[in-house]
Design a protein around this ligand. Sequence first.
Ligand code: FMN
Ligand code: FE2
Ligand code: FE2
Length: 402
Amino acid sequence: MKITNLAEGIDQLSINVEGILFESLWDMPKGVSINSYVVKGEKIALIDGVCGWDGVPESLYALLDRLEVDIKSINYLVLNHLEPDHAGWIEDFRKLHSDFEIICTDKGADLFEAFFGEGLTVRIVKDDDQLNLGGGKVLTFKTIPHVHWPDAMVTYDAATGILFTCDAFGSFGKLEGSALDDGYTDSEIDAYEAETIRYYSNILAPFSPFVIRAIDKLKCLDIKMIAPGHGLVWHSRVQKIMKDYLDYAGYQKGVARREVTLIWGSMYGMTEEAVKAAIEVLEVSQIKYHVHQVPISNWGEILSSVWRSSGVILAMPTYEYKMFPPMSAILEEIGKKKAQCRKAFRFGSYGWSGGAQKDLDEIIERSKLGWTFIEPHEFKGKPRDEDLQIIKTRVKDLIDSL
Ligand SMILES: Cc1cc2nc3c(=O)[nH]c(=O)nc-3n(C[C@H](O)[C@H](O)[C@H](O)COP(=O)(O)O)c2cc1C
Ligand SMILES: [Fe+2]
Ligand SMILES: [Fe+2]
């Protein structure tokens, strides 16, 4: 639990959440922070919520206590996004205090009713609507639909240039040191980027066209600080995080980084022998590469590296006339995230009929991934020297094509 003052009358409340799966699905080896913000004018607004996931509203109340904000003095809850990681605590909050207004978009109001029923006052806001808290604090709203849900909006304080963005510009990774990016060196921020890409690829990736639209829409604002619902507050690197997010959104349609992701699975080590040969080529080529074994590596990690890589190598055997099942499962998920237009190469072992390749072709086609494949190579049982040679040559061709 942590409080960070961002400007006169504007504080961040943040808690770290660990040991759970985000959306009950995505592993977070480094946890995540959930941030909310208190804006004090003559009236008080609380933007988004810090608890809900940990199921401990007391964490929010303890933070408000430390800020000397009486819960009953809160006039507005600004809900940029109704997903329960930010709004789940309202159920508890309303038991203590009910004389406040909810501020959200029309889509947010619909979700609010679905999650929390009726009985609270909801004010629907549209683009450029304002909420005057008095004391020089005027909040302006802009909708950013589908970043992440249809209800999403951002809240802007023109006086300080702080933009409260909820899921947009967020990152995984718990916050242990400074809550602001100013507290970190460029190389620390470079290392932290892995958590931003993992968050983006796991949570926001399918909505990339909306992310591009949102960033375009926000360009007209003089943004001095980006205060998201997850991860670091961006202050010295506002332009960088906006550009990074634009780049990540662009990775959906094809050219990503000059990196290769190798995903492999093998039951009895036949395909694995060829994987080792492929890795030798990647190693000497000095290209940045990521290796994941299915079903052992977690999906979030695999998606994160596929998202950033322009090249993908898939290695798996045939299993019951189809491909090795955990490989089709992750490819289906990659299809749903729409990591399109990669350069790719596939190889693998079979016993008698084969079938993995046909299965792969069908998934790629059905998911409209539009990947360009180098000629695949299949071998019966154990790979012979000729097989290993062919695979090495094609891995090199793939690298050269990036
Ligand atoms: C449960 C099971 C199902 C299999 N189904 C097929 C099949 O339908 N067609 C085929 O050609 N080979 C099939 N095979 C054979 C494997 O593809 C073959 O043994 C291959 O060498 C395994 O490579 P790996 O050691 O990399 O897993 C199957 C093997 C297992 C264990
Ligand atoms: Fe969300
Ligand atoms: Fe979120």
